[in-house]
Design a protein around this ligand. Structure first.
Ligand SMILES: NC(=O)c1ccc[n+]([C@@H]2O[C@H](COP(=O)([O-])OP(=O)(O)OC[C@H]3O[C@@H](n4cnc5c(N)ncnc54)[C@H](OP(=O)(O)O)[C@@H]3O)[C@@H](O)[C@H]2O)c1
Length: 325
């Protein structure tokens, strides 16, 4: 099979199409013919040599795919050849075929195009787990979603709205803020022009956000805590403004706030299975009834994988970039 592999740590030029042996299904595995693979920031980090795949995972990138079941292991009962599915992977999605545990496979939600469905698993699982399980967002509460224009943010805005929360989000520039508003955000903050702490406080009558979904990390730590309401929960999932930050603990104590963070990729299989099952139970109905839609910026062929990485790195994509075999 063809796959997009990394010849060594470095820039996008290290990506190329290679020929590999097709995967074999173990007892509880599903082999899927890939229709599309989502491109994630983690893939860029892996290519640059900063985020090695977990033990046992393929060493070519790709954390999510959509496609058609080709064959299943003898212990698989739910899936059969021909099923239209999406899947959450530990790696290896940039390939014509993948093998994945059956517990990390989801059906393509009703009404969603097979290719576009590749934009959903990583974002939906990450958002559900962090905003609802960890962040405990309740209807009527305010959530601040950083990077509302990104692959995670576009899904987070829609899920939070569908749950009955008020959504504030940050994005860069007038076109991207307008598109976040069209996705349902109540307050869109242009971080190039506005201070998000001031804007969130103004919108909430000084109270602050009950949950902050953060992908900025260190550089925004202090401001994120200052944007929290009493009892607020800051959930850090990314470090786009660095690994280290400074926090005035009096801001946290005064709010009785919580700062926490998670990673999805390296979770044990049983935790991933639970997150995938919860996502299918709670998010897939929102997708099927049209309240949550995948937002796809571009579909790019495997042969042009370098430009797919460059597009994500440029910060110009709105929503997800997909690779198609
Ligand atoms: N912990 C986990 O389990 C997990 C899972 C999935 C993803 N993640 C992380 O979540 C983050 C977002 O992923 P994604 O797929 O949504 O990426 P993405 O599609 O590239 O979106 C990120 C968005 O953040 C904004 N942004 C980037 N750098 C910024 C900066 N320095 N200051 C302010 N805004 C900035 C950009 O929008 P504007 O230019 O419009 O502001 C961009 O659209 C990544 O760091 C990724 O690694 C974590």
């Amino acid at each position: 099979m063809r796959a997009v592999t990394i010849s060594g740590p470095g820039p996008s030029g290290k990506l190329s199409v290679s020929s590999l042996n097709p995967p074999i299904a173990g007892q509880r595995d599903v082999v899927i013919t890939v229709a599309a693979a989502g491109v994630n920031r983690a893939d860029l980090l892996q290519r640059a040599g900063y985020y090695p795949p977990p033990a046992g995972a393929p060493d070519w990138p790709g954390l999510e795919i959509s496609g058609t079941v080709r064959r299943v292991g003898p212990g698989v009962s739910r899936w059969r050849a021909g099923d239209r599915v999406t899947a959450l992977l530990e790696g290896g999605g940039y390939a014509e075929e993948v093998v994945v545990r059956e517990s990390q496979v989801l059906p393509v939600p009703d009404g969603v195009d097979l290719v576009d469905a590749a934009a959903l698993p990583e974002a939906a699982c990450t958002v559900w787990n962090n905003v609802v399980d960890v962040g405990r967002l309740q209807p009527g509460e305010w959530v601040l979603v950083h990077g509302g224009s990104g692959g995670i943010g576009t899904i987070a805005i829609q899920i939070a709205r569908a749950l009955g929360a008020h959504v504030a989000t940050t994005a860069g520039g007038p076109e991207r803020t307008a598109r976040c508003a069209a996705l349902g955000a109540d307050l869109v903050i242009d971080h190039r022009e506005q201070d998000f702490v001031d804007e969130v406080r103004r919108a909430t009558d000084g109270r602050g956000a009950d949950v902050v979904l953060d992908l900025l990390g260190g550089g925004a730590l202090g401001d994120n805590v200052r944007a929290l309401a009493r009892g607020g929960r800051l959930v850090v999932i990314g470090m786009q403004q660095g690994r280290r930050g400074e926090l005035d603990l009096s801001d946290l104590l005064a709010r009785r706030g919580t700062v926490t963070g998670t990673l999805l990729r390296s979770r044990p299989a049983d935790e991933k299975a639970r997150i995938v099952a919860d996502t299918e139970q709670h998010v897939w109905p929102l997708v099927a009834d049209g309240r949550v839609r995948p937002v796809v910026h571009a579909r790019i062929p495997f042969a042009e994988a370098q430009s797919a990485h460059e597009l994500l790195e440029s910060g110009e994509a709105f929503g997800k970039v997909l690779l198609v075999p």
